[in-house]
Design a protein around this ligand. Structure first.
Ligand SMILES: Cc1cc2nc3c(=O)[nH]c(=O)nc-3n(C[C@H](O)[C@H](O)[C@H](O)COP(=O)(O)OP(=O)(O)OC[C@H]3O[C@@H](n4cnc5c(N)ncnc54)[C@H](O)[C@@H]3O)c2cc1C
Length: 463
């Protein structure tokens, strides 16, 4: 890759998605304000331009080989906060971590957070991210009141919910414009703790039975989070054994009399471990260790516990405790597989879990969550159904063919793979998975006839 850097352009640097499987070279600019963003777009790079946040998209959505990439993290201010209305206006390059740090002490949390806080507001909009509370809360776009968007013609437009521009932009992976600011409705909380119920579930049938109750997030109640972490090494009768976690924001009144959080109920102090050496060995030892982590996690979880008070970061963002957690898989990176299948297609879901288990892949636990109603985003991932995710070390023999076969299962069930996690799905499959793709392409053709905005993903999937 270093050799290629010199040949292409001294100005280019390698960038990759979080999974680190397909790095490419780009001219990275770090604008300090919207005028500099607009100026960077006007330079007319023949390979186009693309906004990038914190690079947590796993695949090639935030890359633009040979072109310009605008690192938006220089636009990271909170512009306004209205406690009475529960609204914040922020620049798009601010991280959700910084928003939480600023807002939690004031009694507000983000209504939707993905499994990492280290994404930007712009990246959260562009991938229309979801959290483990999707059935009650929907995805990120549901809480966005307005967006300021720099479109390829150099105009700044305010995109409002209910308009085609908004619906194409939320989930549109940066291909409709550059999000400059986001106005977001917040969730009021009384503490920075969650009340957590945990149980070990012995096998897949039991897991599905436990999940077959009404989705969390009752009318009027704060949204509940629900995550099943499936041990990928378990086989035979234990296939699909999992730790099932359900959590709710803890009200102040729920804190026991002598609980230390009574003094500072809204303190936000996420734990971060020291950064690991550049690479955990990617060979057999590292892989075995990866697999064993799943089994240990299952064994270490309480058989059943209820109402345990835990910091919300520990429950919602466990991987953030480990900086550079993407190095766990060694220098070759990993292949994330994220798929959603509709309710009613549980047989397919279970078959996919069994197929993964049968391969005994060395992997951290797979994550199963439920989705509620789909949002309006044309390319948003969530659909009413199940979402399954697993990260697999790249380079495993037969992995590409195996994942293609899973895609077929997903397609046959009317499901889809998550574009923000992808770097491998066939272009033909995407049109079937995302029925509004034709509308998205048409809007892009009208908005950006010169194809100013481009990414490796947009080229690969012919968006
Ligand atoms: C550990 C981990 C856990 C995750 N968990 C979840 C999860 O639970 N749910 C979920 O939905 N996702 C999850 N993700 C994926 C992640 O939330 C998304 O990929 C998100 O888009 C990353 O944001 P970012 O700021 O890092 O953006 P990047 O990765 O840099 O970019 C992602 C996309 O957003 C576009 N973009 C970024 N900024 C802007 C902007 N200002 N204007 C226009 N477009 C922009 C980019 O062009 C690109 O297409 C997870 C990722 C990781 C690494």
């Amino acid at each position: 890759m270093a050799v290629e850097t010199r040949v292409l352009d001294d100005d280019c640097v390698p960038i990759s998605g979080w999974a680190r499987t397909s790095p490419t070279l780009a001219r990275v600019r770090r604008p300090r304000g919207s005028a500099e963003v607009a100026a960077a777009l006007r330079t007319g790079d023949p390979r186009g331009a693309l906004a990038r946040g914190l690079g947590r998209a796993y695949g090639d959505a935030a890359q633009n080989a040979g072109g310009t990439v605008l690192d938006m993290t220089g636009l990271a201010r909170i512009l306004a906060f209205d406690a009475a209305a529960g609204l914040v206006v922020c620049e798009a390059g601010i991280s959700l971590h910084r928003l939480m740090t600023a807002l939690l002490p004031r009694g507000f949390f983000l209504p939707v957070t993905p499994a990492t806080r280290y994404v930007t507001a712009g990246g959260a909009v562009a991938a229309d991210v979801h959290g483990a509370n999707h059935p009650g809360a929907g995805s990120f776009a549901r809480h966005v009141v307005a967006l300021d968007l720099l479109t390829p013609d150099g105009e700044v437009r305010t995109a409002l919910p209910g308009t085609p521009l908004f619906d194409a932009t939320t989930g549109g992976l940066g291909l409709t414009g550059i999000v400059l600011t986001v106005t977001l409705r917040l969730l009021r909380v009384e503490t920075s703790l969650l009340s957590v119920d945990t149980e070990r579930v012995r096998h897949l049938d039991e897991l599905m039975a436990r999940l077959a109750v009404a989705p969390p997030g009752r009318e009027g109640a704060p949204p509940a989070y629900e995550i099943a972490r499936i041990d990928p090494l378990a086989r035979g009768a234990a296939t699909g054994r999992a730790v099932l976690i359900r959590a709710r924001h803890a009200p102040y009144a729920a804190l026991p009399r002598r609980h230390p959080a009574r003094r500072a109920p809204l303190a936000f102090r996420p734990v971060t471990l020291p950064a690991p050496s550049p690479y955990v060995p990617g060979g057999l030892l590292g892989r075995t260790a990866l697999g064993l982590a799943g089994a240990l996690r299952y064994g270490a979880a309480p058989r059943r516990s209820t109402g345990r008070l835990r910091p919300l970061s520990a429950v919602l963002h466990p991987l953030d405790a480990l900086p550079h957690g993407n190095r766990l898989y060694g220098p070759g990176g990993f292949v994330p597989y994220r798929c959603a299948v509709p309710y009613g297609q549980e047989e397919t879901l279970c078959r996919i879990v069994r197929r993964i288990a049968a391969r005994r892949f060395p992997a951290l636990p797979a994550v199963l969550t439920r989705f509620g109603d789909a949002g309006p985003g044309w390319l948003s991932y969530p659909l009413p159904g199940w979402s399954l995710g697993i990260d697999l070390p790249a380079g495993l023999p037969g992995l590409p063919a195996f994942l293609d076969a899973l895609d077929e299962e997903v397609l046959g069930a009317g499901g889809r793979v998550q574009l923000a996690a992808d770097s491998r799905v066939r272009p033909g499959a995407v049109a079937a998975m995302y029925p509004r793709l034709a509308d998205f392409r048409a809007l892009r053709a009208a908005l950006d006839p010169g194809a100013v905005l481009r990414s490796d993903l947009s080229r690969r999937l012919a968006f």
